[in-house]
Design a protein around this ligand. Structure first.
Ligand SMILES: C[S@@+](CC[C@H](N)C(=O)[O-])C[C@H]1O[C@@H](n2cnc3c(N)ncnc32)[C@H](O)[C@@H]1O
Length: 232
């Protein structure tokens, strides 16, 4: 199975072995299955709120011959049970020595709207207030809002990539509470303005906020000014 370019980009951004990788809002679980195949995590967790999807996915996963552990969770991502999973780690000490500690989670949230994604992250942060958290995020729209939220919550940037799929653009953000680099509100290192696609995405984004200037519910002028400074 070939991943879409957006999911392939996210897969490429998982650059080391993790203790737990959470494919949140996983739908059919394509991304998590790829991570399972290439053994990117000791345990790969598949999480979605739709029960019949998770039942079908569990059947598919049972048919795979894989040495890696996987778990299927039918739940709201804002209730992610990270602490519970740490306790269950004590039975595989040799594998854990390959990662830094048992407290080693990568949480992937992709393919949901930016506002929903913020709600899900708020739930996770609230449940794990003093925990080191690491996310790979790929919101659908509302990237500025997501980036503002990440700044407010003191997340730092590890990497960001712009990806085009079916004429649409997506920003993929790798962030953690440990990273020192500030998350830019409009993106910083993701831009390659020599690339026609990147120019197109910037133009589309600027046009979008120009059309929103009369919308009193959002601060479009401030956002527009910030995007107009990209590459200036
Ligand atoms: C469009 S799919 C995204 C699939 C995949 N992550 C991707 O990027 O292609 C969105 C999925 O999010 C799930 N979802 C929405 N809200 C959720 C929540 N609060 N908790 C868990 N799953 C949720 C939906 O059931 C749906 O399967």
């Amino acid at each position: 199975m070939k991943l879409s370019s957006r999911l392939q980009t996210i897969d490429d951004m998982v650059e080391r072995l993790y203790g737990h990788i959470w494919d949140c809002c996983c739908d059919h679980g394509f991304l998590g299955q790829q991570l399972l195949r290439r053994q990117a995590g000791i345990t790969i967790h598949f999480v979605d709120i739709v029960e019949h999807l998770m039942v079908a996915l569990e059947t598919d996963l049972n048919a795979l011959e894989t040495e890696r552990l996987w778990k299927v969770h039918c739940l709201d991502v804002s209730h992610l049970p990270l602490l519970h999973e740490e306790k269950s780690f004590t039975n595989c000490p040799s594998e854990m020595s390959k990662t830094n500690s048992s407290d080693d989670h990568l949480i992937i949230i992709a393919g949901v709207g930016g506002e929903r994604l913020i709600e899900l992250m708020e739930g996770i942060i609230k449940r794990h207030p003093n925990k080191r958290l690491e996310f790979l995020l790929c919101p659908v729209h509302h990237n500025f809002k997501v980036r503002e939220f990440l700044n407010d919550q003191n997340f730092g940037l590890q990497k960001e990539v712009l990806v085009k799929e079916n004429k649409r653009f997506y920003e993929v953000l790798h962030v953690s509470t440990q990273a020192g680099q500030e998350v830019s509100l409009v993106g910083d290192e993701m831009w390659n303005l020599q690339d026609n696609d990147h120019q197109l995405y910037l133009k589309r984004t600027i046009d979008h906020y120009r059309h929103k200037l009369n919308d009193s519910s959002m601060n479009a002028m401030r956002i527009l000014s910030a995007y107009e400074m990209v590459g200036a």
